[in-house]
Design a protein around this ligand. Sequence first.
Ligand SMILES: [Zn+2]
Length: 419
Amino acid sequence: MNGVQRRFTVVAAVAAAALIWTVSVALPSDSEVVAEPLVVSSPYRYQRDQLIRNQTLSHLFARHNVIGQELLQLLGQADGLEPRRVRPGMVFEFRYLTGDSIPNSVTYRVDQDRFVKLDRDGLGVWIGSSIEVDWSFSTVRVVGEINSSLWVAMDRAVGDSLLPRRERDKLIHALTDDIYGWVIDFYRDIWEGDEFRIVFERLESSEGDIRFGRVLAAEVETRGNKKSAFVITDQRGRNAYYDSDGLSLRRTFLINPVPFSGRISSNFSRSRFHPILRVRRPHLGMDIAARTNAEIRATADGVVESAGRDGGYGRAVVIQHAAGVETRYAHMSRIERGIGPGTRVVQGQRIGFVGMSGLATAPHLHYEFIKNGRHLDPRRLNVGDGTPVPESMLGEFERVSSEFRALLEGRNVVLRPPL
Ligand SMILES: [Zn+2]
């Protein structure tokens, strides 16, 4: 029992004794009320406070009369309060014994999985302890039909009570970029009436937070073509997705350099009317309209050939890949720091941000795919087959894929413990 608990027990015992005493003197011989009703109140007062922009932890704790040596001693126990982890808006809960001007306990959330509680003992010494947040898993299946956009369909299929908006957006990105980013173009391949089914992990904490975990299985039907995805998680915790034939959904090139969000404004064409130059000329790339400063990713591993201002392309990056392929990313607002001629990049690495430098009328990415000097439509590449499930994982894959298949096809929303 620590000092705080002991103190609480004493307070509670005194209150209980007072109650018994009051009751015994309040009920003498007759029924007349001779004592005021006893009000037993909480021995504690709680106060929430937060770190204000441009203020330090000393400002915050000074508001609660923890200063000087005592503050230093407290901070020595305060796991997770390193300067790089504290952010304006971080919330602290101070607990005071009624009547005291110094709190006897402070609690704050370090990350999704942990709280830290600091308790002050009777001698004014602070002791920190860590409290794990308890997350419970459930497996959820949703089914949706796309009528206007994937966003609307997902909002309808996955309500706020299932996943709050921010977590729902993560689910969408998992689907469009992390799972199908190599094989389905969610800008162009999705048509009205297309369907999706997703089985995912939903986590709910003892604090009531809701989080999206992993997609376990998915099936997206685009114009009659069904593409399944089943997860295998390796020993290092990395998720890889395979189709029903056990072939990886990854390919050498990602389809979209900008994570799914906007819409295609102009497709590849050998002849189109240029909005600024007002002449008909080929458009040898694809334009992706996106918000300014949306991130741009390298679509495949390679080496940067050039990075900087390039006439009508504005700020642009050109990357050289294997097999005589080059990709160009133009009209950037800025190029990622450290990206320059000779830099090695890996698939999915951020190389810059969407803008409208050069000849552009609105923020968008102009993306070109050039093979052996010839421009190709990046959306019409023959992507080939993915690599098969590694031999060592085949047994595991067969087991989980049949389980996932059953979950995908089940008639009702499934809520149950994790697999
Ligand atoms: Zn363009």
